[in-house]
Design a protein around this ligand. Structure first.
Ligand code: SF4
Ligand code: SF4
Length: 344
């Protein structure tokens, strides 16, 4: 299959609804129950095809796509029409294939309209302690799983400073136990000092999310966060972690223009930050809050995703940045969105 067509298919699969499993079909590996990211709140499986992969919610009763198993050969149809002739189901370590990705705490003192994490049940992150996380990674390795990276995210619990303390302690515990495995972190840092502490604890890469390319939309969906503060901390992060080791998620599909997206891609790249374009997915946990913040929006199309990520790649090339070398988190995983330099 041509690379352009693979990118379009990946996008179509990633943006569409669940995969319906054949009646009584047992997945060859356990389901991933996400508490963060586009799949938060649903049970998913990772479908691989043509060198790329997508994590999808799976169900037995309905779905936009249907899985078929013919003597062990798996394929997908979409609304009954052929979609992918051959797929395989990849195991996840924790949340992600070949990666142990933990949400330290899904609770959050903030209320971003698109974020499902704080709206999940109280025990969604299973009271993860540093010891429990170390034990879980050890078990995955002992079970023979490939663990190329460890990544940590968290809501903000108590205060940004207390949450950074939590990250620091967990990074130190993981680094001591698994010194060769890179650690990616997605904290909400509020000072340069926080960022230095996270780096000194042993983090390899950091992701601080700008969330929207438009200040106006950001003010509506993240009313308690500070846009300029995030840009300042991104700049601090490049100083501390180095160019190309800092990433930032930007959600599109909330009413911004393509020009808004590409202009923010340019801004981030000129700072040495790798942008991650994340198409808005509206789930049952975020529909109401999003609609009251920004009204109803048109769904992101696969064509728009391919266009934006193709343009993103050109801008990144001009700034000497690539997503292909990212060692942790979403760019390494690639299950939810197109990754420039890999898919496009
Ligand atoms: S800061 Fe916003 S996006 Fe991050 S966990 Fe809290 S509510 Fe979600
Ligand atoms: S791309 Fe990111 S949010 Fe999606 S499954 Fe992978 S690590 Fe999780």
């Amino acid at each position: 299959m041509e690379k352009d067509l693979i990118a379009l298919k990946k996008s179509e699969l990633a943006l569409g609804g669940p995969v319906r499993l054949p009646e009584g079909y047992l997945l060859p590996c356990r389901l991933s129950r996400s508490t963060a990211g586009p799949g938060a709140g649903s049970a998913g499986a990772v479908f691989s095809f043509e060198g790329t992969r997508v994590k999808k919610a799976v169900r037995y009763d309905s779905g936009d796509f249907e899985l078929h198993d013919r003597d062990g050969t798996l394929s997908l149809t979409k609304g009954g029409e052929p979609f992918l002739d051959r797929v395989t189901i990849e195991p996840v370590v924790y949340h992600s294939p070949e990666q142990a990705f933990f949400n330290l705490d899904q609770r959050c003192i903030y209320h971003c309209a698109f974020c499902a994490s704080p709206r999940l049940g109280k025990d969604a992150t299973k009271n993860l302690t540093d010891e429990k996380i170390v034990t879980m990674v050890r078990k995955a390795l002992d079970d023979g799983m490939t663990v190329n990276a460890i990544s940590l995210t968290s809501g903000v619990v108590g205060s940004p400073r207390e949450t950074v303390d939590r990250f620091v302690s967990c990074i130190k515990a993981l680094n001591k136990e698994f010194p060769g495995i890179p650690i990616g972190i997605e904290p909400y840092a509020s000072s340069e000092e926080d960022i230095i502490r996270l780096k000194e604890a042993g983090a390899t890469e950091i992701k601080l999310n700008i969330e929207s390319p438009s200040r106006e939309i950001f003010a509506k969906v993240c009313p308690e966060l500070e846009y300029d503060g995030i840009l300042d901390r991104l700049s601090d992060s490049v100083k501390v972690f180095g160019k190309g080791n800092v990433q930032s998620n930007m959600i599109y599909g909330m009413g911004e223009t393509d020009e808004d997206v590409l202009s923010m891609v340019e801004t981030l790249c000129s700072m040495g930050v790798i942008p991650i374009l994340r198409a808005l997915r509206i789930g049952e946990h975020s529909r109401e809050s999003l609609e009251s913040a920004i009204g109803t929006t048109s769904p992101v199309t696969p064509q728009r995703s391919v266009f934006l990520v193709s343009e993103q790649k050109k801008i990144m090339e001009r700034h000497g940045l690539s997503s292909a070398g990212c060692r942790t988190m979403c760019n390494r995983c690639g299950c939810c969105d197109l990754v420039p330099f890999k898919d496009v």
